[in-house]
Write a protein of this length. Structure first.
Length: 368
């Protein structure tokens, strides 16, 4: 089981962005490869701290993690599985300042940063049955990939460093600054040959089938991430991610409320008066419920544990069965005569008990 990201950095959930950054810097310096050469455990802790910081330093990712935990990012290979040390240094190296002699790079200082492909976004529609059970979807995605036969070489403008020096004359004298190379966008690589049909970076569009594992209990609007399945980057860059937005298909029978399900059960006037046993369909299987004689329209029966599973595995919601007594719209002569005779009968007179809540009270309870 994956360790909680807040525990990894040793901070509380209310930690500010500066506190998160400070905690990560402390952990990264503690487990940095230069301080722990050959120590695989330290390397694993170093990557784990970077993984935690990547999520908690991003407001959107942090919000998803706070709500859904690690399940919010299931479907990909995980941070540590797709990023190597150079990726970590290129993304977060600015955090460490001069902690390691001005170059917190573990031997990567002076190299060009690896370019990253753009993220892609798709929408996936799910039925309540798929949300209840979890599902693996195979989606065709048009990705940008490197064209077959494309070749890249060292950028001549920056000699492969990804940086160019600029000298500016100021009133204080000549100032030398280092900026990202405009030719290679900081990758240090330029295209040598461009295959027919590819763009200026040697990329083409190619449709690929991506497998997306969607856990049970996801909700409308939730976003999952499949790492490395976005657009590829030129040369030896890192592929972007595929972001999957969840959409929920309306169910013909059930209405969802968080992890609970609502169901309208219609019974006849006779069934309400006499009582009856009814079979109710669930998302997975069936259940039989007993309705006592004299049950009133508007009565709600709660079947515990018959709703949707929690995304984090913390139990299952309930199924709320709302009883609706169907009043006949037309009566034959015999039926009409019967009800006319019952108009003044005491058993047919409304006699609500304190336990029988009014419609307005039920509405009030819903918002409390």
């Amino acid at each position: 089981m994956k360790k909680d990201y807040y525990e990894v950095l040793g901070i509380s959930k209310n930690a500010s962005s500066s506190e998160i950054k400070k905690a990560y810097r402390k952990k990264a310096i503690q487990y940095h490869p230069d301080k722990n050469p050959g120590d695989k455990e330290a390397e694993a802790q170093f990557k784990l701290a970077a993984e935690a910081y990547e999520v908690l330093s991003d407001p959107q990712k942090k919000s998803q993690y706070d709500q859904f935990g690690h399940a919010a990012f299931e479907g990909g290979q995980g941070f540590g599985g797709s990023m190597n040390m150079e990726d970590i240094f290129s993304q977060f190296g600015d955090i460490f300042g001069s902690a390691f002699g001005g170059s917190f790079s573990g031997g990567f200082g002076g190299r060009a940063s690896r370019s990253r492909g753009s993220d892609m976004r798709i929408r996936v529609k799910l039925s309540l049955e798929e949300i209840s059970n979890g599902v693996e979807k195979k989606i065709k995605v048009p990705r940008k990939v490197q064209a077959p036969g494309v070749k890249y070489g060292i950028c001549k403008a920056c000699n492969g460093t990804g940086q160019v020096l600029k000298i500016t004359n100021t009133i204080l004298g000549r100032m030398q600054t280092s900026t990202t190379c405009d030719v290679c966008s900081g990758s240090g690589k330029s295209i040598l040959n461009k295959p027919l049909g590819s763009d200026q970076h040697g990329m083409i569009k190619k449709e690929e089938t991506v497998s997306i594992k969607i856990p049970s209990g996801v909700e409308e609007g939730m976003q999952l991430k499949v790492e490395g399945k976005g657009n590829e980057a030129p040369a030896d860059g890192v592929s972007g991610d595929l972001l999957v937005l969840i959409e929920e298909i309306d169910h013909p029978i059930f209405v969802r409320e968080s992890n609970h399900l609502h169901f309208d059960l219609y019974i006849s006037f006779s069934e309400a008066a006499l009582g009856i046993s009814k079979e109710v369909n669930l998302l997975n299987g069936k259940v039989r419920i007993k309705l006592e004689s004299g049950i009133q329209s508007g009565k709600t029966l709660r079947l515990r544990g018959k709703g949707l599973p929690s995304l984090n595995g913390y139990g299952t919601g309930d199924l709320l069965v709302h009883v609706n007594v169907w009043t006949p719209k037309t009566l034959n002569k015999e039926q009409k005569s019967f009800f006319e005779n019952m108009i003044d009968d005491d058993n047919f007179q409304p006699d609500p008990q304190s336990s029988d809540k009014s419609f307005f009270q039920k509405v009030k309870d819903m918002f409390n």
